[in-house]
Design a protein around this ligand. Structure first.
Ligand code: CS2
Ligand code: MG
Length: 402
């Protein structure tokens, strides 16, 4: 089953997406998400100029061989651009294989391990009372797990407070917006947010929070400790994780569950965090961590240490990634939770899909393959527009983690 065509589709329905479409000699085709927020054209060019020429003529059935060929054959390994490209090829090949066999992808991953996939949504507000209202709205929608973010008194902006609506798109057109940050003000504030949310919603609602890489380990330890009375489902990215051993200090001080990994692109980025049990959830996802094939390997390592999956699922990951993630989530034994930050209506129109949401859970659907498609003529009506994620600075102007 030879690959005869490989098309890189860049479009911007609601936000920029990069999609790889592989077609075989008998007309079967598969999709893979290759979107890297703020660096989309880097991946599109890597695919077009360096990967596509190597795919034409290859046997689409040889998923693992092609993965290793693209990983080891490049010599220059890992990194977000290379791995997003490999992820897209891998996902498209799994899509083709499942379509060709006439089964939903999860059947090829070992079948369903559960009846549905628990997801969490993003509630945010400019202040605590707005955040409470937003959480209440998500409860009304049936969510059983909700991430809560709020504006911080004294800061003009912070991470995770959306511009309204059901999704949060942080990238902005043209040059990167600059935000000002104060860890001190944030640390003084966040426990008040969750104290208020627990008073309002009681103990059963799963509450999550994303610190978005902004704290030092001891600051993160303080926050984890102060949030313990509120029993969060997880505290996400409390500190930058390039140096994985930093998390030892956090772990010494708090039992608040920790989730890390959305920016990781290989098992090597999280191997120490998992083996030293410094985290409770691994956030790696299909589009950024080597596709279905490599994500399964990360999950297998995590399973040995009772670390559960909690894959990233933000608006800047396309429905092609969301669909693949749901098939993976339905099957993987050590599943924890799936992020589901909804897409803009125009995104859903360009990427028709079979996954559904109901009462806080999702279902990938049983159509063959991933259950997602791309309307290329409609996609062409939404041309790419350069956009950047914000840059963060401390109040004194020092560049900080965004
Ligand atoms: C966030 C992301 O969803 C999350 O947990 O960390 O929204 C992240 O900010 C974006 O994916 C960056 O593009
Ligand atoms: Mg995050």
């Amino acid at each position: 089953m030879k690959i005869t065509d490989a098309k890189v589709i860049v479009c911007s329905p609601g936000r920029n997406f990069v999609t790889l479409k592989l077609t075989t000699e008998d007309g079967a085709y598969g999709l893979g998400d290759a979107t890297l927020n703020g660096r989309e054209l880097a991946v599109a060019t890597y695919l077009t100029e360096h990967v596509v020429p190597l795919l034409i003529g290859r046997d689409a059935r040889r998923i693992e061989d092609i993965w290793q060929y693209l990983y080891k054959g490049a010599y220059w390994r890992r990194g977000p651009v290379t791995m997003a490209a490999i992820s897209a090829v891998d996902t498209a090949l799994w899509d083709i294989k499942a379509k060709t066999l006439g089964v939903p992808l999860y059947q090829l991953l070992g079948g369903a391990s559960r009846d549905s996939v628990l997801v969490y949504g993003h509630a945010s507000g400019a202040d605590i009372e707005e955040a409470v209202k937003a959480v209440a709205h998500y409860v009304d929608l049936g969510y059983k797990a909700i991430r809560a973010q709020s504006g911080v008194p004294g800061l003009a902006s912070t991470y995770g407070v959306g511009r309204g609506g059901m999704y949060y798109e942080p990238a902005e057109k043209n040059i990167p917006p600059e935000n000002l940050w104060s860890s001190e003000r944030y640390l003084d504030f966040v426990p008040q947010l969750f104290s208020r949310l627990r008073r309002e919603f009681g103990p059963d609602l799963h509450l999550l929070h994303d610190a978005h890489h902004r704290l030092t380990p001891i600051e993160a330890a303080r926050l984890g400790k102060e949030l313990e009375p509120y029993h969060l489902f997880w505290l996400e990215d409390p500190s930058p994780a390039e140096l994985q051993e930093r998390f030892r200090l956090i772990r010494q001080h708090t039992t608040t569950p920790i989730a890390v990994g959305e920016v990781f692109n290989s098992v090597y980025d999280c191997q120490q965090l998992i083996q030293e049990q410094l985290i409770d959830y691994i956030r790696t996802t299909v589009v950024h961590a080597g596709g279905i094939s490599h994500l399964r390997k990360i999950a297998s390592l995590a399973e040995m240490y009772q670390v559960r999956t909690g894959s990233h699922g933000a608006t800047d990951l396309s429905p092609a990634c969301m669909a693949a993630a749901l098939h993976f989530d339905l099957s993987v034994h050590n599943f924890g939770i799936q992020e589901y930050m909804r897409h803009a209506p125009e995104t859903d129109r360009v990427f028709p899909h079979s996954y559904t949401f109901d009462q806080g859970h999702m279902y990938p659907g049983d159509s063959p393959g991933l259950g997602v498609d791309i309307d290329e003529s409609l996609a062409a009506k939404f041309p790419y527009q350069r956009a950047y994620l914000p840059v963060n600075r401390k109040l004194d102007g020092t560049v900080h983690d965004w």
